[in-house]
Design a binder for this molecule. Structure first.
Ligand code: PHE
Length: 389
């Protein structure tokens, strides 16, 4: 072998070594022809079903645009970080996505408390956060009343869905008295409890009991027994499927047969597994859409999603898909992958047709959308009514 050859091989070996070493550190390396979007999702833990559905919805939207050539010749790639359904882990996940993976925007988390744990980090790093699903008003507006420049959402907010359910209780179910069972570990639940109470009272109703629990609790019978003693016409339980499933089951075991009401956090196939189909009868909740809705756009999405995942898409999947469409639309209009430009484009989202409605963000970065009231009947979700804001 000549000296020239030996040194050439030497240089190549060094090159390979550098490549191997650098591939080991740092996160996902953006390829020149890729745009990396972070997915800060609840992939494991208490609300893993929510995170998985949302991620699936986003991936379907990305797959569709990629098959049409992507955006300005670049393929969109979702880099998922698992926040384990915990606020502190959500903060870790966004930090990793921004600093290691170098994503240009972050989708998620699902739960309001988890998003709230990330908003400051998004701001400090000037990286836009788009949550498909978090409904608490504080997600986009700080305690100082100022709109969070870098945070956006694809769903309606809790003052709307809380009012929808209070009106439903008072008008459709003719309830005069209500008990409220709140998850004190969730900003979402606490906000909804307040709104429901105010709105039910405004309708002439009376709140006869308020009890609280925490996520991961297992035994709800003591509080339920207290509520039972006040004989409420309905009980409002704005919480997530894991605890709701056990609460509904235990309430029925105690012979409490009144209507049980909830909100979007009830939407999971797991709810039926945990509570049992019979216990859920006489259960109603507000949601972002119904796969039963005959709207052709919804039916097309349901068919496409079923083809991809062999599952009926829940509201999380639909909202994940919609948030995917929103970021695609913003990237196109920004004509840039600079986070600051993406943020400007997101703020200007207008008349964007998505599965769950037509999206226009208001000055608080919230869309105005309708809600669906769902009735549980023998383990199936029946689409009862659509309520416009
Ligand atoms: N709205 C819930 C929250 O803010 C999240 C959620 C959305 C759950 C849609 C289920 C369905 O925490």
């Amino acid at each position: 072998m000549t000296r020239k050859w030996k040194s050439l091989i030497g240089i190549m070996l060094i090159g390979i070594m550098i490549a191997v070493v650098t591939a080991g550190c740092g996160g996902t390396k953006p390829q020149a022809k890729e745009i990396l979007i972070g997915g800060n999702f609840e992939m494991t833990g208490g609300i893993a079903n929510f995170g998985q559905s949302t991620a699936n919805g986003v991936k379907l939207a990305f797959k569709e645009i990629n098959s049409k050539g992507g955006i300005q010749g670049k393929q969109l790639k979702l880099v998922v970080a698992d926040n384990k359904s915990e606020p502190s882990e959500a903060a870790n996940a966004i930090t990793k996505l921004i600093t290691q993976d170098k994503v240009v925007a972050v989708l998620g988390p699902v739960a309001s408390s988890n998003v709230l744990a990330t908003v400051q980090i998004g701001k400090d790093n000037k990286t836009p956060i788009l949550t498909a699903t978090a409904t608490n008003p504080k997600v986009t507006v700080g305690d100082d009343g100022k709109v969070r420049e870098y945070v956006f959402r694809a769903c309606f907010i809790d003052p709307f869905q809380g009012t929808v359910m209070a009106n439903f209780a008072a008008k459709s179910l003719k309830a005069k008295t209500a008990a409220v069972y709140v998850d004190n570990s969730s900003d979402y639940s606490k906000g909804l409890a307040e709104i429901f109470e105010a709105s039910f009272i405004k309708n002439g109703g009376k709140i006869v009991a308020t009890e609280a629990f925490l996520q991961k609790d297992q035994d709800f019978k003591a509080a339920l027994t207290k509520m039972k003693a006040t004989n409420p016409d309905v009980i409002f339980i704005p919480a997530y499927y894991q605890e709701v499933g056990l609460i509904v089951k235990q309430a029925r075991e105690l012979g409490m047969n009144m209507p049980l009401l909830g909100t979007d956090g009830w939407d999971s196939p797991k709810l039926v597994e945990i509570a049992g189909a019979a216990s859920l009868n006489n259960g109603f909740f507000s949601n972002h859409y119904s796969p039963e809705d005959k709207d052709p756009r919804i039916q097309k999405f349901v068919a496409d999603y079923k083809k991809e995942y062999n599952q009926v898409p829940d509201a999380l999947a639909a909202l994940g898909y919609d948030a995917g469409l929103m970021i695609i639309d913003a990237l196109k209009r920004a004509n840039s992958t600079e986070p600051a430009k993406i943020k400007e484009a997101l703020a200007n989202t207008k008349n964007l047709q998505v599965v769950t409605g037509i999206l226009t963000l208001d000055s608080k970065h919230n869309p105005v959308k309708s809600a669906a009231v769902i009735e549980m009947k023998n383990g199936k979700q029946l689409f009862k009514e659509k309520v416009n804001p």
